[in-house]
Write a protein that binds this ligand. Structure first.
Ligand SMILES: Cc1cc2nc3c(=O)[nH]c(=O)nc-3n(C[C@H](O)[C@H](O)[C@H](O)COP(=O)(O)OP(=O)(O)OC[C@H]3O[C@@H](n4cnc5c(N)ncnc54)[C@H](O)[C@@H]3O)c2cc1C
Length: 364
C-alpha cells in the first residue's frame, strides 16, 4: 500500500507526528501500532508545565481540565532532614497514559489519519541497509516519509546496545492521599543517583515507583529494591492505602543530549532515539515535540527536493535547538546527584548548607 507518510508507534511521538503531517497537508497518513488501541503505557503520567504547553498547542487543554489531576507543588526529599518544596508558577498535572494516548489517537483519527493496530511493524530494507518500507499484518507500506516512534523497541535504530538504559517499576495505591496537590521526588541511597516518586492521580489514588540504572539487577533484583524502599523511604506514603494492580516494569532509554541513530531512510522520534531526561525521566514532552519536528522537517525536505541526509541534518538541528538544553541539564544534575550521594563529606556539607539551596530554587 502506498501512503504519503508511514509512522510506526501510536504513542505521543507517533501521534504528534501524524497530527502535524495532516496539518501540513499530507492526505494519506498511516500509523501502525503493535497493541490494540486504546492502549495503556507504563508511565507515571506526570505532565510538567512544558508538556502542558505542547498539549495545549495540540488542542488538548479540555482533556486536562476534564481528566487530569492538578498539581500545585513538588516536594523533594533527600533525607529526613533535607526536604524542600517547589511551587510551579504554571499548572502541571498527573494523567494516566491511557487517557492521554487515547485522546491523541482520537484526535489523529478525527483528522483522517489511518490507525492500524494489533500488528507489529518491521522495516523492509534494500541491499544497502536503507529502509524502503514497513510491513505489518502481511501488508507492505511504502511512503516517501517513514517515521519510527516505536519507543524502547528500537527496531529502526542503528544502535545495537543501549548505554543509557534505566529500569523503571511502578504500582498504584488506593486510599486517602495525604497530600493530593503534591508530587514527590524521594532520593534514597537504594536507587542512587535516581529517585522514587509519589504522583497523586486523584484524591484517593497515587502511583509510586522507582528508577534504577543497574542492568544486572534484573526483575528479581528490582523487586527486592521495591520491597526495601516500600518498607523504608516510602512507608509513610502508603500507610492506610491498598495496592491495586500488579507491580509494573518498563525500561527507559535516556540521553545526555540529542542523537539520531536511525537506519537510513527513517526519522526517529521520541524514546526511539532516547529523548528522555536522565534526571527527571520526563519523556512525554520530548516525544510530542520531536514527533512534530520529524513531520515538519521531513515534509519540508520532500517539498524542497532534499536528500534523506540533507533532511536528517535539518531535523537534527531542529531537535538540538528544542531539546538539548533540557537533556544536557538532566545529565549534569544526574552526575551531580551521583557525586553528592556517593560522598559522605559532600552529603554532610550539603546537609549543613540545608535549605539555602532549596530557598534559592523556590525563588527561580
Ligand atoms: C516507569 C516510567 C515512568 C515514566 N514517567 C513519566 C512521567 O511521569 N512523565 C513523562 O514525561 N515521562 C515519563 N516516562 C517516560 C515516557 O513514558 C516515555 O518517554 C514516552 O512514553 C515516550 O513516548 P514515545 O511516543 O516515544 O513512545 P511510547 O509511548 O513508548 O510509544 C511507542 C509505541 O510504539 C509501539 N510499538 C513498539 N514497537 C512497535 C512495532 N514494531 N510496531 C508497531 N508499534 C510498535 C508501542 O506499542 C507503543 O504504543 C516514564 C517512563 C517509565 C518507564
Amino acid at each position: 500500500m502506498d501512503a504519503d507518510c508511514v509512522i510506526v508507534g501510536a504513542g505521543p511521538a507517533g501521534l504528534a507526528a501524524a497530527v502535524t503531517a495532516r496539518h501540513l497537508g499530507l492526505d494519506n497518513v498511516v500509523v501502525l501500532e503493535r497493541c490494540r488501541l486504546p492502549r495503556d503505557k507504563i508511565c507515571a503520567g506526570g505532565l510538567t508545565p512544558k508538556t502542558v504547553k505542547v498539549l495545549t498547542g495540540l488542542g488538548l487543554a479540555t482533556l486536562l481540565q476534564r481528566e487530569a489531576h492538578m498539581i500545585t507543588g513538588l516536594r523533594v526529599t533527600a533525607s529526613s532532614d533535607f526536604q524542600f518544596v517547589i511551587t510551579p508558577t504554571e499548572p502541571s498535572f498527573v494523567l494516566p497514559r491511557f487517557y492521554l494516548d487515547r485522546e491523541l489517537a482520537d484526535r489523529a483519527s478525527a483528522l483522517g489519519v489511518r490507525l492500524i493496530d494489533g500488528s507489529s511493524a518491521q522495516p523492509v530494507m534494500d541491499d544497502m541497509g536503507g529502509v524502503t518500507g514497513v510491513t505489518a499484518a502481511g501488508e507492505l507500506y511504502r511512503a516517501p516519509i517513514i517515521i519510527a516512534a516505536d519507543g524502547t523497541h528500537r527496531l529502526f535504530s542503528s544502535r545495537k546496545a543501549e548505554r543509557s538504559l534505566l529500569h523503571g517499576c511502578m504500582a498504584r495505591f488506593k486510599g486517602p492521599v495525604a497530600n493530593p496537590g503534591f508530587v514527590e521526588m524521594i532520593f534514597t541511597p537504594a536507587v542512587k543517583p535516581h529517585y522514587c516518586w509519589v504522583f497523586p492521580e486523584s484524591e484517593n489514588m497515587i502511583n509510586i515507583g522507582l528508577c534504577v540504572a543497574r542492568a544486572d539487577q534484573g526483575e528479581t533484583g528490582i523487586r527486592q529494591l521495591w520491597a526495601e524502599v516500600l518498607s523504608t523511604s516510602l512507608a509513610g506514603r502508603v500507610e492506610g492505602m491498598e495496592q491495586c494492580g500488579p507491580l509494573l516494569f518498563h525500561p527507559l532509554i535516556t540521553s545526555p543530549r540529542v542523537r539520531h541513530d536511525a537506519l537510513p531512510g527513517v526519522f526517529l522520534a521520541g524514546e526511539a532515539c532516547g529523548l528522555v531526561n536522565q534526571f527527571t525521566g520526563e519523556g512525554i514532552s520530548s516525544a510530542l515535540i520531536s514527533g512534530g519536528l520529524a513531520a515538519e522537517t521531513s515534509v519540508q525536505g520532500l517539498r524542497d527536493g532534499l536528500t534523506y541526509k540533507e533532511t536528517e541534518r535539518l531535523y537534527l538541528a531542529a531537535l538540538k535547538h528544542a531539546l538539548n538544553p533540557g537533556l544536557i541539564l538532566g545529565s549534569i544534575l544526574t552526575r551531580t546527584a551521583a557525586v553528592i550521594m556517593n560522598s559522605r563529606f559532600l552529603r554532610s556539607c550539603f546537609r549543613r548548607a540545608k535549605l539555602s539551596v532549596a530557598q534559592y530554587l523556590t525563588r527561580l
